[in-house]
Design a protein around this ligand. Structure first.
Ligand code: IMP
Ligand code: MG
Length: 183
């Protein structure tokens, strides 16, 4: 285990098993649709979206959007900025937003309101992790991986200051690691 990790919350095997389940569910729900557009929210989504895409057996296309909410902090500022827009026009498309984690929900609420204006045929949300205790914005998550307690986690795409994204599991970061950089 990485020395900055206090404990493993979700193992690599459990992540993959959950993704298989989610992929089956999504494939079933979209069986009658010509194509689904998976929209990954960079950069936290990357590990999740590529593994999820391989478990979906209906036609898909991929696009990515980048928004900033946190910077170096572990708390959502509520201020969301669009860093990279989609390459494709989503009007009339079946859109599935793929997120790493829903915490306050502020990022997702912003994204949803922006994308709804472009009038997709449908829009659903898939999130690997969910911290229900911290919810501020009222967002509906259609496909959920794991509910987790209110602790700061890293790994499998999730970062702290851009680090730890490559860990194959989801782990709780030792509090002294973020205490060091918070001042
Ligand atoms: P929200 O706007 O508070 O829902 O925050 C969503 C974004 O904050 C996620 O897409 C993550 O990038 C980041 N985030 C929230 N909680 C964590 C965490 O525990 N570890 C790493 N990133 C997190
Ligand atoms: Mg994110």
């Amino acid at each position: 285990m990485h020395p900055d990790i206090e404990r493993i919350l979700i193992s690599a095997e459990d992540i993959q098993a959950k993704i298989c389940e989610l992929g089956r569910q999504i494939s079933r729900d979209y069986a009658d649709v010509k194509e689904v557009l998976l929209i990954g929210v960079l950069k936290g989504c990357v590990m999740f979206i590529v593994d999820l895409a391989r478990q979906i057996d209906v036609p898909i296309t991929l696009d990515f959007i980048a928004i900033s909410s946190y910077g170096q902090s572990t708390e959502s500022s509520g201020v969301v900025r669009l860093l990279k827009d989609l390459d494709t026009d989503i009007t009339g498309r079946h859109v599935l937003i793929v997120e790493d984690i829903i915490d306050s929900g502020l990022t997702l609420a912003y994204l949803q309101s922006q994308l709804e204006r472009r009038q997709p045929a449908s829009m659903r949300i898939c999130a690997l992790l969910n911290k229900p205790e911290r919810r501020i914005a009222d967002v509906h998550v259609d496909y959920r991986g794991f509910g987790i307690p209110n602790e700061f986690v890293v790994g499998y795409g999730l970062d702290f200051g851009e680090h730890y994204r490559n860990l194959p599991y989801i782990g709780v970061l030792k509090p002294e690691i973020y205490a060091q950089t918070s001042t």
